[in-house]
Design a protein around this ligand. Sequence first.
Ligand code: GLY
Length: 461
Amino acid sequence: PGPLPPPPFPTSSSVVPVTEMTVLVLGSGGREHAIALAISRDPQVRDLHVAPGNPGTASFATNHPVALTDPDAVVALAQQVGADLVVVGPEAPLVAGVADAVRAAGIDCFGPGAQAARLEGSKAFAKEVMAAAGVPTADAVNCVDLDEVEVALTRFGAPHVVKDDGLAAGKGVVVTSDRKAAVEHARHCLEAGHPVVIEDYLKGSEVSLFAICDGTRALPLQPAQDFKRVGNGGTGPNTGGMGAYTPLPWAPTDLVEQVSREVIAPTLAEMNRRDTPFQGLLYVGLALTAEGPKVVEFNVRFGDPETEPLLSLLTTPLAQVMRAAARGDLSQFGEGLEFRTGFAVGVVLASEGYPGTPETGRPITGAESADGGPDPDVIHAGTALDPDGRLVSAGGRVLVALGHGETLTGARQAAYTRLSRIELPGGFHRDDIALTAAEEEAFTAMSEPTSPSPSDPAQSE
Ligand code: GLY
């Protein structure tokens, strides 16, 4: 089965009246390619710009260079292109106050201001908000020196969870049973002038649940899961994520409702109480523990690579939802976000050397569709064009191959088949994205309804 046709957009009364808009998406990774692609399908989008963008976004939008964390530069670009809506992809511009500056210039902006972005920018702040809001999460201690670190590591025991309090481009969290490695990470953070948060380890399958928020209301997306370790079977060092899939057939049916009630609503209320309402995308990283779902982390932007499969299934017009959130009123989307049925799987093609120092500048072939045009099932993450206009690798995570299907097994096959046609010297990928859940799906399909399921699906790593 080939890629599914483009999703139909609902014509229900929930869609806002037609007003065309020009949208500027900030960022250059796979997440931003996927966001821009979903926005490009919104019939109310007249003109789409991405900054800096990548060769994938250049195939359907206009790319512009910009210094992402410079609020004045972003405002100047938004004014130059006549943006009605700016969508901030990564966390660094949000923490730097880019969304505040865009709003101050009178332009709608999807993304929290700097104060609310501290939910991701400071792990200690996030814990403080969770405690005040009564959100279930791991016990944690904020440490400012190595003596405090040692006491906290002893208190919680192994596996040790050590988090850099500040933004660290995906390298801030170490989970290890090696106490020396835990202390070394803490020392590294402290020497850089950052406190560290030491936490109790949460045992349970991990789920990423995203919600589009307007300050008081939230529209959750369907749950997804990413695969963080570099190697098959969850081995090797942590990465930004080597693949993802959605929805999760093994997740409790009331998970979204429970997390909305126990996590998202109280967090939005607490942020309002502090006069720093949260508007944008709240990323709730969860562990499904024996005591119920608990928050592992908050982020203030879409997750990568979960966004790539998630948004490929979204049928609600994304730019309209984001503009409504930016204006503080999601009420016209009261019926919630809509998704195509079936599954989506995304598999990351990584550069040799990733997650250490990746090899770049290597030729990539086979990323186009059969007719030589852009392939919506190939999302660019770390690519560039060389001086001769050839596609080359430009980062650790290079591409995400997507697959769709009415079953998870079918979606996996489609993603891996698509990936197999792409050549990148030294490139590698995981073979087991969504594998356990697909095996469980196959087992369930073969079994009598009363048969026991295989051992705990334990999707986490
Ligand atoms: N996939 C993990 C993240 O985006 O932080």
